[in-house]
Write a protein that binds this ligand. Structure first.
Ligand code: M6R
Length: 362
């Protein structure tokens, strides 16, 4: 069933354009987003004064992007928490809170428990899930179904990018329901994403030897970025840790000089994601701080960025899209990098040690 791929993970990375296309399918109606299956009406939504996003692992990383989107475009306060933390801290949740749980499997024990506790407190739950028949899908009031298809590899890839797609669509749809003007470039950009994801796969393929070489001999690395780029850095670092067993710390770029810069030594690999136009210069100055201490920097930037090559050692380019949309593309090279590095190190890519695909115990 690997259809010619060496591992399920690689097959699933390559399935992303299709998974994204399927998740987008039938969601647009005369250039607006339409999500009738969500069953949310504007009356209910207008009464919501807070959103709480709850998930684990990669799904939580998708939630970080979701929070950024909701707050930027809808100006609704959003709290985000890891399910195992949320459920034991008696969170402030009531009838006016919309709780969004994100779960590929729909069976993650902590996420399910967090959602049940929230419902007891009167909140309604929207589940972003890849499994329609799961406990989380059955017990939630509202569902957004990601159409990633079955994900077999323990390391999540296409589930993550389709969860991001879910957050984009939900944000635009909520904006419409609330009567807010949503940026047209996001509607246009979203429709292009499947084709662009394919482009990223094609473009990165030949660079993998070069971008993994700096990791040779290292058991430590860093991923840095700001805003959307920081959330993607966290997902990239998790992928690398999970399957290649190289420790990777994801750091908000501006926070480096508050501690981690002490760990930058000659040639240590640092992946820097710098796709956000409004904070680009800030990220580049953090990259320079790393370079000045000898770090080996692999940068992920948008096409058209010709200057970056003067400041870093390797450059990976993703197609130009509005800054809010970059995570869905910039994560793909990071998935491929982790995959390639894990293969090089002879690790069991699809079944990393100590981990299970579905975590049904807490
Ligand atoms: O099925 P879920 O989305 O609830 O799973 C959540 C996490 O266990 C999962 O994303 C995990 O972090 C992945 N193995 C990461 O690649």
């Amino acid at each position: 069933e690997k259809e010619g791929f060496d591992h399920f993970m690689l097959k699933e990375i390559y399935e992303q354009p299709t998974a994204l296309r399927n998740t987008l399918k039938d969601k647009f109606e005369s250039d607006k987003v339409n999500l009738p299956d969500l069953n949310i009406d504007s009356e209910y939504l207008k009464g919501v004064n807070k959103i709480a996003i709850v998930a684990c692992g990669t799904a939580w990383h998708a939630g970080l992007v979701g929070k950024h989107l909701f707050e930027t475009l809808l100006r609704i306060p959003v709290e985000i928490d890891i399910a195992s933390e949320f459920r034991y801290r008696n969170p402030l949740v009531d009838e006016k809170t919309l709780v969004i749980v994100v779960s590929q499997s729909g069976e993650t024990a902590d996420t399910l428990a967090a959602m049940r506790d929230s419902q007891k407190k009167g909140a309604k739950v929207l589940a972003v899930t890849n499994n329609k028949g799961s406990s989380i899908a059955r017990e939630s009031e509202f569902i957004f179904h990601t159409i990633a298809g079955p994900e077999i590899a323990v390391a999540s890839t296409k589930a993550y990018t389709t969860q991001l797609m879910g957050f984009y669509l939900i944000t635009l749809y909520f904006g419409q329901l609330l009567g807010k003007e949503m940026p047209k470039e996001l509607y246009d950009g979203l429709k292009e994403i499947p084709v662009l994801a394919d482009k990223v796969l094609q473009n990165t393929k030949d660079q993998l030897d070069k971008i993994t070489a700096p990791f040779d001999g290292w058991d430590n690395s860093f991923f840095i970025g700001r805003g959307m780029d920081w959330y993607v850095s966290q997902e990239g670092s998790l992928k690398l840790k999970e399957i290649s067993y190289i420790h990777a710390e994801a750091y908000a770029a501006g926070e480096l000089k508050h501690g981690t810069l002490a760990l930058i030594e000659q040639d240590i690999p640092v992946v820097a994601v710098a796709t956000q136009q409004d904070i680009y210069d800030k990220t580049v100055s953090n990259i320079k701080e790393v370079k000045a201490r000898g770090g080996y920097v692999i940068a992920v930037v948008q096409e058209g960025d010709e200057d970056i090559s003067h400041s870093v050692d390797e450059v990976i380019k993703i197609p130009k899209v509005p800054s809010l949309l970059t995570p869905i593309l910039s994560v793909i090279p990071l998935q491929l990098l982790s995959y390639k590095e894990a293969v090089k190190r002879g690790q069991d890519v699809d079944k990393p040690r100590n981990l299970a695909k579905s975590v049904t115990v807490e």
